[in-house]
Ligand binder design. Sequence first.
Ligand code: SF4
Length: 787
Amino acid sequence: MFSKSIGGDKQQMANESMVNIAVRPLVEYVFRSGSLESGFRTAVSLTEGTKAHQQVQKQYGEGDQKEVYLKAEIPCGDLLFVVDGRCDGLLVGRDGGWTIDEIKSTAGDLAAIREDTYPVHWAQAKCYAYMYAKANGQREMGVQLTYVQLDTGERKQFRMRAGLDELETFIHDVVRQYAPYARLLRDHRRERNRSIAELAFPFPGYRTGQRKLAGAVYKTIEEAVGLFAQAPTGIGKTISTTFPALKAMGEGKLNQLYYLTAKTVTRTAAENAFALMEAQGLQAWVVTLTAKEKICFSEEVRCNKEDCIYADGYFDRINGAILDILANETQLTRPVIEAYARKHRVCPFEFSLDLSYAADVTICDYNYVFDPKVSLQRMFAEQKKETALLIDEAHNLVDRAREMYSAELRKSGFLALQRAYKEKSPSVAKAAKAVNALFIELKKRVEGSSFQTDLAAPELLLERAEAFAEAAERELALEPSAAGQTGSSGSSEADARELLLQAYFEALHFGRIGKLYDERFVTYTEVTREDVRIKLFCLDPSHLLQEMGKGFRSRIYFSATLSPMAYYRDMLGAGPDDYTVSLSSPFSRDQLEVVVLPLSTRYQDREQTRVPLVRALQEVTRGRPGNYLFFFPSYAYMNMIYEDFAAVAEEGTELLLQQSGMTEEDREQFLAAFVPNPAPGRTFIAFAVMGGLFSEGIDLVGDRLTGVAIVGVGLPQIGPERNLIRDYFQTSGRNGFDYAYVFPGMNKVLQAGGRLIRSETDQGRLALIDDRYLQPHYARLLPEEWR
Ligand code: SF4
């Protein structure tokens, strides 16, 4: 037993000292330098770059090879680097010697690229050259860089020859520069896993349902499948999902964890859970990603060295910043990231993204994983295999996914660009004009009805939008000063450039969604007096969610309201092997008094039921002072009833009304009005909308909330988009009205009602005001404790 344990320890140490890394991230780490740019080049280069690569490779001669897998072991002190990768080309020379070819594509001017412009490209090629030479006994290798201009196909090549000794010295030097970072990671992981092994559940015991949820999460990760979990309020879903996932990480089943949320408040709850476990001994790097617009240090988001000091020289300083923060901090929250970003003068947003590649846990919005526009594209397949996704409040993902996988273009933007670039760049103006011309045709066709749908993708528009994106990219690739030679003022040039950049991204996204377009999409055109809008509308996002989640070890979807479960499994793309768990509420039925007040709140009856509704709402609070939340399906309805209610409210009753477009500060103030221990006899009522800021993710424990009234069954407003969803699901054999209206609506009801009982000691009154609550079709969707 003893000797076996020693042997095991040695083996473990040997494993820990092995650094498996691909050539590209290795050389990028060591050779990255310079400044951040807007990033418009990378997006296109990803797809077109592949095409350019293939064109070069097609012209390789007989005996030449492409995409050759190479691997080498490089010792460095106490570490052993196992470096691998695929070179673009391995070319045979006339003398029998071999040359590594590394292909790079660019939207810019080839004349601007000199032999020494990109040391990182040489580094990559030289690493491959060493790996091939070492494995095949070559004394000398050729190294070649091939640059391809994306639009013209023009090429430029640089060549050198290097002996094995020279290449060996080079690659040893590269790994030596990476080693401090590798050691930091190794030591941290050792410490992390040790701390996880010792970590106990951070509460004295498991609450009802908690052990079951934790067990289900662990098993799901162990078996590398998916899970759909409904965990009502009070289960403690954050800790019940993060704790078992960390345990799986400590046992080597995972290396990274992504905690994905729809809202900032849920992100804070996740941060608190990890902070709590850290207080019990956990050693893990937990990074929170904040949206670029929010965390940006500059007044305007202009990510280039001319406009932003945090973009200027970013890559020269980023490695130092990463080493510093990781050596000194574990909870990498927004304020911590901001402090180190200022210290090292690096962009806080890019810094946080860079940290997420090293972190054990990343807390972020859904879009970093599921949105093709912003997903963390640098994440390698190997990394994904060792990563689990914890997707909180997953009921939100259905509509969020629809947004992510839909794209639209508006006529007005192209018309403005056509004018703004007439002199400055005829090619941009021409491409914008071609798009605008199609919009004019569309407008004519739609005339008479302001809304028209088409099952097919708008192929011609997609073609022209792509051509526009190419022209825009060429223009944007020019330095700002070179782009504006027409004597226009600096600010109007900047505005035009901004407009172009925005249209470029929209056209790019439109093209990207066009490539995903299938029978689950519809195209619609909407004509208003001011504009023409065309949208590629994703009706069923399940397939794309599945695609984007592919490759991760496990996907764990959970929410207090994942009901009906069959609907959410269907919409979120569950696989046949994915588990389901539905837990009942841990609270006693006696804590909640539910009343149903059968009034019609249907749109056409609202005038008629105005007076009885106000009376019903008065009844909710009568004889029971305290803090109340009244929820409504829309602002218009809420405002109407608020007026009536205020006119007859008992003296001393305090009222508060939710406004649209409230800031985080407004939100905090609104919530602060729900005072604990309200004065005897005080009645406070806040009016809010369902599905808004106050119906989800807020926690008003104890007597901060005495009662909730829900007016209506939460159905989304009837409109053309919802009707398209209804028709699609109806024709595909499901209940279209339920899928488009009833299920999303009742989810909002469950969320709003869920604000009331937040702990074992809470008591409250819930009023459901609508006659449909008495219909079996709706009643069956209510949780058992409400029935
Ligand atoms: S600080 Fe703002 S403007 Fe500067 S690089 Fe970062 S996001 Fe861009």
